[in-house]
Design a protein around this ligand. Structure first.
Ligand code: HPA
Length: 267
C-alpha cells in the first residue's frame, strides 16, 4: 500500500509543481467550489496510478490544483464511498496521497440527513464530533510508520482553531452554521424511521455515508481537519417523507454559495 501511495504521489508531482497547503474534499452536489478556483492543473483520477475511480453520477473524478483566494490548494472533485464497493483503504487512499503531496489542512464537505430538530433543509453544520457507525476502520491492517500513530488519538478529531475560524466567518457573513455530531453509516439505503430515531438517541445531529473514514486517516496523518455538512433532507420520524436523490442534490447545490464562501475564507 505504501508503494502505491508513493507511486500515485510521484505521478502527481511529475504533472504539477504547485505545492498545495490545503486539501479540499467536495461532497455530493458540491463540486461547484471549483468555479472560484484559479486552476493550474487538472488531473483525472483515471490517470493517477492506483487511484480509485468514481462511479456515482453526482460526483466527478478529478484532482484540481490551483489557487483559492491566492492560496495553493488541491481539490478532490468527487470522493469514494464505501457503498460503491471500495474497501476502506481505497476510500481513504487519496487522503494519504494528499498528505504526501504536502498539505497540512483538510477541508471536507458532505451531504447529510438532519436529525437535530432545530435543523432545516439547506442548513450547514460544522462537525464537532462524530460517531463511526460504519463498523469498519480504514486504519485496520498493516501499519507503516509513515502513516502516523498505530492508535491515533480521537479526543479532538476536528481542529479547534479551524472550527473557531469557521464560526467567525459564518457570523461575519450572515451564514447560519450549526455545530453538531455526524454519524457515518454504510448506506446506501437511507434510514428507516426507527433508525433516524435511534441515531438521535445516540447523540447524532446529522447522518451521512462518508467523511469519517477520511477524517480517521487525516487525523492519523496529523492533518488539521474541518468538515461541514449540508443538511439535504430531514430524518424526523413523525414526518418522514420518501427522499429522492434529486432533492438531496438540489439542496446541496442551493447551499453551494454559502459553503463556498466559508471554504474560501477558511483557506
Ligand atoms: N442518511 C444518510 N445519508 C444521507 C442522508 C440521510 O438522510 N442525506 C444525505 N446523505
Amino acid at each position: 500500500m505504501l508503494n502505491k501511495i508513493h507511486e500515485a504521489t510521484n505521478y502527481i508531482l511529475s504533472q504539477t509543481s504547485l505545492k498545495p497547503e490545503t486539501g479540499i474534499i467536495l461532497g455530493t452536489g458540491l463540486g461547484g467550489l471549483v468555479a472560484d478556483c484559479d486552476i493550474v492543473k487538472t488531473i483525472d483520477y483515471e490517470e493517477i496510478p492506483h487511484f480509485p475511480t468514481t462511479s456515482v453520477t453526482s460526483h466527478e473524478g478529478k484532482l484540481i490544483f490551483g489557487y483559492l483566494n491566492k492560496k495553493p490548494v488541491v481539490i478532490m472533485q468527487g470522493r469514494f464511498h464505501y457503498y460503491e464497493g471500495y474497501n476502506m483503504q481505497e476510500v481513504t487512499f487519496p487522503v494519504r496521497v494528499l498528505k504526501f503531496l504536502g498539505i497540512s489542512k483538510l477541508l471536507i464537505s458532505n451531504a447529510a440527513g438532519g436529525i437535530n430538530r432545530n435543523y432545516n433543509i439547506g442548513d450547514l453544520m460544522l462537525l464537532n464530533d462524530h460517531l463511526n457507525l460504519m463498523h469498519e476502520s480504514p486504519l485496520r491492517g498493516k501499519h507503516y510508520r509513515e502513516y502516523g500513530d498505530r492508535f491515533p488519538d480521537m479526543s479532538e478529531p476536528y481542529n479547534k482553531n479551524l472550527m473557531a475560524l469557521a464560526l467567525n466567518i459564518a457570523v461575519a457573513n450572515n451564514i447560519k452554521l450549526h455545530q453538531g455530531c455526524y454519524a457515518a453509516v454504510q448506506g446506501p439505503a437511507l434510514e428507516t424511521k426507527a433508525e433516524y430515531k435511534m441515531l438521535g438517541k445516540l447523540g447524532a445531529d446529522a447522518v451521512g455515508m462518508s467523511t469519517v473514514p477520511e477524517v480517521l486517516v487525516a487525523v492519523q496523518m496529523k492533518l488539521a481537519v474541518c468538515a461541514i455538512s449540508v443538511i439535504t433532507d430531514l430524518g424526523f420520524s413523525e414526518t418522514l417523507r420518501p427522499a429522492s436523490l434529486e432533492k438531496i442534490i438540489e439542496a446541496s447545490i442551493n447551499a453551494k454559495p454559502q459553503l463556498s464562501k466559508l471554504f474560501l475564507e477558511l483557506v
